[in-house]
Design a protein around this ligand. Structure first.
Ligand SMILES: [Fe+2]
Ligand SMILES: [Fe+2]
Length: 195
């Protein structure tokens, strides 16, 4: 009996150690996923810093230009905040090419290429910019959730600050779209009548 109990006890103990090791390994894997996604959005924000001035220059509407300029200054803030998030998570700052953001900004460049300066191009630029915002919202929301689950409260709080700003920018762009889409529609109607 003793042997059996001892055996069970040993097994239980070794299971305990095994599950602890498993938990640690799972946590490491999760942190790796989190780190990879942090590096991805860090690349994306830095990429936006390069792209947004081109979008602002290409916009015809002064309000839209202002929105892009504001987004540019936000992107600088978001890069600084991400550095804090890396530190609060015990990670080195790093960057990994974000294929998603690269593709979305290429779509924005296509709009500029395909349409002359005016309200139709502006309508297209808003679509491209909102796709960017939605990508950022998804990225920051997911990172905040991962940070929370890993007990990285400070990082989660900082990620939430940026997430709130992304949502506000998206709302601002939706507001601009209402006017600009209408203008673009009226312009096409006028062109139809002229032809
Ligand atoms: Fe951002
Ligand atoms: Fe943004």
């Amino acid at each position: 009996m003793k042997t059996i109990h001892g055996g069970k006890g040993t097994r239980r103990n070794s299971n305990g150690r095994g599950s602890k090791a498993k938990t640690k390994a799972a946590m490491e894997t999760l942190k790796k996923l989190y780190e990879g996604d942090l590096k991805d959005i860090y690349w994306a924000e830095n990429h936006l810093i390069k792209v947004l001035p081109k979008m602002a220059k290409a916009a015809d509407s002064e309000e839209l230009r202002t929105a892009f300029t504001k987004h540019l200054s936000q992107a600088h803030t978001h890069v600084s905040r991400l550095k804090k998030v890396f530190a609060a998570s015990g990670l080195e700052v790093g960057s990994k090419k974000c294929e998603g953001m690269d593709g979305l900004t290429k779509e924005g460049a296509e709009v500029i290429e395909d349409h002359a300066k005016g309200c139709v191009r502006d309508a297209g630029l808003i679509i491209a910019a909102q796709k960017v915002e939605h990508y950022e919202i998804a990225a920051y929301g997911s990172l905040r959730d991962l940070a929370k689950v890993m007990g990285l409260e400070e990082a989660a709080k900082t990620l939430q600050e940026t997430l709130d700003e992304e949502a506000a920018t998206d709302k601002l762009l939706s507001g601009l779209a209402e006017t600009i889409n209408q203008e673009a529609f009226t312009e096409t109607e006028v062109m139809k009548e002229e032809n």
